[in-house]
Structures are given as C-alpha cells and as structure tokens.
Design a protein around this ligand. Structure first.
Ligand code: FPP
Length: 231
C-alpha cells in the first residue's frame, strides 16, 4: 500500500462525466450513472483504506431537476438499489451515512429508507459518507440565513452560519475533486469550500478508482495550505 504522509480528513467529490462515459460507449446516460455508483463503492473502500474520515458525493444538484424524467427516475432507482435494500453497503461496511440538501421532493419510500439507513449507521465513525441530494450551495446558505432570522438573529457570525448549514455535522472539505476535466464548482458547498484545495483530474467519474484516489492524495500531500497567512 502506498504510504501517504498527509491525508485530507474530508474529500468532496463532484462526480462529473457519467453521461460522456456512456455516450462514448453508445449506451444510455443512465448506464453512466450506474457505472458511477460502482466508482462510488470503489472510492468508499479506498477512503477507508487510506484513512479519509469524510467523503462527500455530489449526487443530485438543485439544478439536476432540469434533466429528463427518464434520467431523474434512473438516478432515483440507483439510490433505491444502493441505500434502500436491507443489507445495504453502509450497514455492511460500518460506514455512517449522512445527507445534505432538501429531501422533501424525493419519493416517499426513498426518503424513508435514507432516513432509516442514516439512523442505523449514525454511531459508526470509521468513515462518514455524505450524499448531496437536491443540494445547492446557494440554497444551503439562504436556508441557513432564513433559519437564523426566524430564530430572531439580527446579525450572524461565521461560526453560527457554519453551525446552521446542512454540513453542520461534518468538517469543511479539505480537498474538492471534480472529475472529467471541467474546472467548475457548480454551486457545490460554496461557503464550506472557502479554503479547500481544488483538483480537476481528467478521468471520467465511472473510471475513477483506487489508483486515481492515490494520485489525488499525492497531489494533496504536496499542497501548502496557508489559509491566507504566510509561512
Ligand atoms: C454528473 O455527470 C453526474 C450526475 C449529475 C449524477 C451523479 C449520480 C450518480 C453517480 C448516481 C447517484 C446514485 C447514488 C447511489 C449516490 P453528468 O451526467 O453531468 O456527465 P456529463 O457531463 O458527461 O453529461
């Protein structure tokens, strides 16, 4: 096993390229998402192996509702197969499941099984996997500010906002990785990513595996994080 000297505590993954992966093979887009789930599983195993404590996956954005019904239903189906089954991967691997985003518009059965798995795995601390579902960075900030206003706050601090965002139970990401060579943040965890290191490998998400994670960890280990200060 490759020894990595400085492992990020929290990696956030923007899983891009599923559609292109499928189109290049003459397959429907949902075949790309299905292969994307396999890549999530490999990444979860590799995160456990290398000691990453938090992995967050951008699975469905507030903008993804613009996609065809067929594609959206396909993603819901994958979520069902992955999380709803009794012996799901999280329970089996002792991984804590968490989610960010507004689950209200999701099908009732899916919401219930997500909540059940979250509850069943809440005490596991080896790795916390967070799925961003119907998540948008701006939406997260606006909802948190509105919550604080409703609580009667006239002014808020950085700390209060962080403690009200959907990510309140996980640390800010140290490393944000977007596959497929697109250099964009696409409304992901905008407030939380203020000092994250960014990395944009060319690999399409369905091809992402342990060797790509190791390469990413090596890139991160060489980064010099100064948080605006001077060394
Ligand atoms: C981006 O690729 C990918 C998505 C918008 C969806 C990712 C969803 C999954 C991997 C499945 C979710 C399921 C679980 C169980 C978490 P794209 O479709 O935008 O690719 P393209 O840019 O090549 O078209």
């Amino acid at each position: 096993m490759t020894k990595i000297l400085k492992v990020p505590q929290h990696i956030a993954f923007i899983m891009d390229g599923n559609g292109r992966w499928a189109t290049r093979r003459g397959l429907p887009r949902n075949a790309g998402h299905k292969a994307g789930v396999k890549a999530i599983e490999k990444t979860i195993d590799a995160c456990i192996k290398y000691g990453v404590k938090y992995a967050t996956f951008f699975a469905f954005s507030t903008e993804n509702w613009k996609r065809s019904k067929e594609e959206i239903d396909g993603i819901f189906k994958l979520l069902r197969e992955y999380i709803a089954k009794e012996d799901n991967l999280f329970v089996k691997k002792h991984v804590r499941l968490n989610s960010i985003g507004v689950l209200d518009p999701f099908p009732e059965d899916l919401k219930q099984s997500l909540e059940k798995t979250k509850k069943d795995t809440q005490n596991y601390d080896k790795l916390t996997v967070t799925f961003a579902l119907n998540y948008g960075g701006r939406d997260d900030i606006i909802r948190a500010v509105n919550t604080l206003i409703k609580e009667g706050k006239k002014e808020i601090t950085d700390k209060e906002l962080l403690a009200t965002l959907d990510t309140k139970s996980i640390p800010e990401p140290d490393f944000v990785l977007r596959t497929s060579g697109e250099n964009r943040i696409s409304n992901f965890m905008l407030f939380q990513m203020a000092y994250s290191e960014l990395y944009f490998p060319k690999v399409l998400w369905p091809d992402f595996d342990e060797k790509h994670l190791v390469k990413a960890l090596k890139v991160y280990a060489k980064r010099d994080r100064r948080y605006g200060g001077i060394k």
